[in-house]
Write a protein that binds this ligand. Structure first.
Ligand code: PMP
Length: 354
């Protein structure tokens, strides 16, 4: 039986997507060739990338609104660099809510002044700072919608007149937002979309062309916009699997449908964390992520017992990030409610036995 997969990323993908993806490796489109041995410029693959691009925009409600979708290389980490390379002229504003924001800030500092409008680093990133103000003369404001490591999530986004840039790597396509508020969104594929190896970038072309520096070809968004993600060989397999996952989500009813499922899963697990006297959550309740729930055992002497129990219950990927410890249950779109129930059952069994 397939394991209940709470891995933080790469992570669970829908069974039917894995099935179709594996078939395409052997025989794509019944053409007696593998998807990964045909030209990326052949019609069958161009159709795939075009569909992936249009599905991404459609699901976010950004079709015909001046946005373009790109599939780039280098992971979300490359976007930490590319955002600053392409947009930072003199100064940029960043909200520091976790490990990944911190890394984005570090990259941006090589290109100009970085104003950290607020940070929760002092408390191990266990909350989302609020009530900060954003300088009106900054080139852009950057934030991270979901903090995969700490398990916090931004519930509101600031109103600002400067371009809004967001790293949505770990919660893209999981909840309804007013996506039109954002000028550039990026996300590594390996959470709610597909395998590692491609990064979705959605941007408005009008925010480009405002920096004076020379931008190396591969790091220039304009290169990829002009060539529709085909300047060099795109990551054909990750893009194909992303397309399948986006189609799966559309067929289910899109983001508005999956958001309700995600809220149900999160309510079930957080309900148990709060009820069960053996466990406690580690982040501010109002900032809890519906994707990554972090929690600890109040009594460390139970660690070995609990770890053995969940592993025997066919559960995978529950250990917290190495920098935080404790536990992290990642409940991405493809994780079924019954997997969360399986974890809750183990937590209750531990309570009964102690
Ligand atoms: N941002 C966030 C929010 C992430 O969760 C991650 C990876 N877990 C990254 C950025 C880095 O992504 P990548 O490994 O694709 O560079």
């Amino acid at each position: 039986m397939k394991k209940h997969n709470f891995s933080a990323g790469p992570c669970i993908l829908p069974e039917e997507v894995l099935q179709k993806a594996s078939e395409a490796i052997i025989n794509f489109n019944e053409d007696n060739l593998s998807l990964i041995e045909i030209s990326h410029r052949s019609k069958p693959f161009v159709d795939v990338i075009e569909k992936a691009r249009s599905l991404a925009l459609e699901l976010l409600g950004l079709e015909n609104k001046g946005y373009k979708a790109l599939f780039l290389h280098g992971g979300a980490s490359m976007e930490f660099l590319m955002v600053a390379y392409n947009l930072l002229n003199k100064k940029a504003a960043y909200l520091n809510t976790g490990t990944w924001s911190d890394k984005a800030i570090k990259e941006a500092k090589a290109f100009g002044e970085v104003i950290e409008v607020a940070s929760s680093k002092d408390k191990g990133f266990n909350y989302i700072p609020k009530g900060y103000s954003i300088p009106k003369d900054a080139d852009y404001f950057h934030c991270t919608s979901n903090n995969t490591v700490a398990g916090t999530q931004m519930k509101v986004f600031p109103e600002t007149n400067i371009p809004l840039v967001c790293d949505m790597s770990s919660d893209i396509f999981s909840r309804q937002l007013d996506f039109e508020k954002f000028d550039l969104i990026y996300a590594g594929a390996q959470k709610n979309m597909g395998p590692a190896g491609t990064t979705l970038v959605i941007l408005k072309e009008e925010i480009l062309g405002k920096v004076e520096r020379h931008i190396p070809t591969m790091l220039n968004y304009k290169t990829h916009l002009d060539k529709e993600s085909m300047f060099n060989t795109p990551a054909v397999f990750p893009i194909y699997v992303s397309m399948l996952t986006l189609q799966w989500l559309k067929d289910l009813g899109g983001i508005s449908f999956i958001e309700k499922v995600n809220e149900k899963k999160a309510a079930l697990l957080y309900g148990e964390i709060d009820r069960n006297p053996l466990f406690e959550g580690i982040v501010a309740k109002e900032d809890r992520s519906i994707m990554n729930a972090t929690f600890v055992l109040k009594d460390n002497t139970l660690t070995e017992k609990f770890d053995k129990m969940w592993q025997e219950a066919n559960i995978n990927g529950l250990h917290g990030h190495r920098s935080v410890g404790g536990y992290r249950a990642s409940m991405y779109n493809a994780l079924p409610l019954y997997s969360v129930q399986a974890l809750v059952d183990v937590m209750q069994e531990l309570e009964r036995k102690n």
